[in-house]
Design a protein around this ligand. Sequence first.
Ligand SMILES: [Zn+2]
Ligand SMILES: [Zn+2]
Length: 197
Amino acid sequence: MRDDRLTSSTQTPQPWNAGPLQRGCGACVLYTFRLVLTISYLHRAIRKQSTKESNIMNGSCACGSVTFTTPTDTPLNLFHCHCIACRKQSSSAFGTSAIFPFFRVDDNPSVSYFSRTCDSGRKQNCYFCNKCGSRILHAHVFEGRDPEVVAVKGGLLEGLNWEGGKHIFCRSAVVPIPEGVERWEGEPDFSKPAPKV
Ligand SMILES: [Zn+2]
Ligand SMILES: [Zn+2]
């Protein structure tokens, strides 16, 4: 009779009678809780890492000898320049400059540069890949210090958002300027309201 009750109790454990099976479930709950904590920690770490990685843009020249990452994930400004110098440097109708905080590319032996004097009289170093000839970026030259920004050639950048680019030196444009864009006939003057087409 006593044996029957024990068997019955083991087969249908009651909530107020914590048997071996329920103690096992308690351990499972604790294990699951720790597992959830570990997974959420890993998720946070992965999210943090991916945020860090997305905080840049990747760029490369045509042959891949020059690769670089920008210091921010979006440019500070974006210009489509229709001046004759930009037409020549891009071998196309206009050149696109994505302005980023200063960073170096000349620590790569595949990068060379030449210097030119702009219409404004300022000196500019123009960096390019000495294997394939892709122009990489332009940087104004300052005495004794690095410039604050560099003009990265837009076509080298992965995932660049081309919307909102400002068209400059439109007086020498050889292609139509799209309607509704910010348009400057020469160098932009940021002290004046932006003219539109
Ligand atoms: Zn190259
Ligand atoms: Zn230009």
